[in-house]
Every structure is written in structure tokens, then in C-alpha cells.
Design a protein around this ligand. Structure first.
Ligand code: SF4
Length: 88
């Protein structure tokens, strides 16, 4: 996975959250250990693969009302498999 399609989304979290920020979420299924914290925290954005439990990204650009929860899921993920990028 490269980062070449990120466009202007280059400010790595955890930066200060601002409601006007646009968010882009990435997940790395190779790092994911299937702990499921993300799906429990924000089921509208994350789910788990039925076969191996690895993360499934449902919404790569979550709306503002979910962004704080997505950042929480990023912090809770034990394997660092979730990346949250904020536009400037
Ligand atoms: S919390 Fe992290 S390790 Fe657990 S399922 Fe989600 S991405 Fe994978």
C-alpha cells in the first residue's frame, strides 16, 4: 500500500481535532490482529472480516459527527492498524 493517492490529506493525527477538518481513514489488514475494538467503537466505519476477524473499512471519509469516535478507535487499536489523516 502506498500513500500516493492522499492528495492534500497529509496531516497525521493525533492533531487537534477541528470540526472543519476533512478526514480520511486507512486500515492495514496486515497489521490488524482482529481485536475488534474499532468495530465496537465505530460500527458505522469499521467492521470485521467474518473469516479472519481483520478490519473492514466501511467508510474511508467519515462525516464530522463520527470523526471524534474514529480518532478514539485509532488510539484504541492495539496493533496500530488504523491511520487517520486530516486535511488542512
Ligand atoms: S482495533 Fe485494530 S487490531 Fe482490532 S480489528 Fe480494528 S484494526 Fe484490527
Amino acid at each position: 500500500m502506498g500513500g500516493s493517492d492522499l492528495g492534500s490529506f497529509h496531516t497525521l493525527s493525533p492533531g487537534p481535532y477541528r470540526p472543519e477538518d476533512q478526514m480520511k481513514v486507512q486500515t492495514d489488514t496486515h497489521r490488524c490482529i482482529g481485536a475488534g475494538m474499532c468495530a465496537l467503537t465505530v460500527p458505522e466505519v469499521f467492521d470485521q472480516n467474518e473469516e479472519d476477524g481483520t478490519v473492514l473499512l466501511l467508510d474511508a471519509e467519515p462525516p464530522p459527527e463520527r470523526q471524534a469516535a474514529v480518532q478514539r478507535a485509532e488510539r484504541l487499536c492495539p496493533s496500530g492498524a488504523i491511520s487517520v489523516l486530516l486535511s488542512e
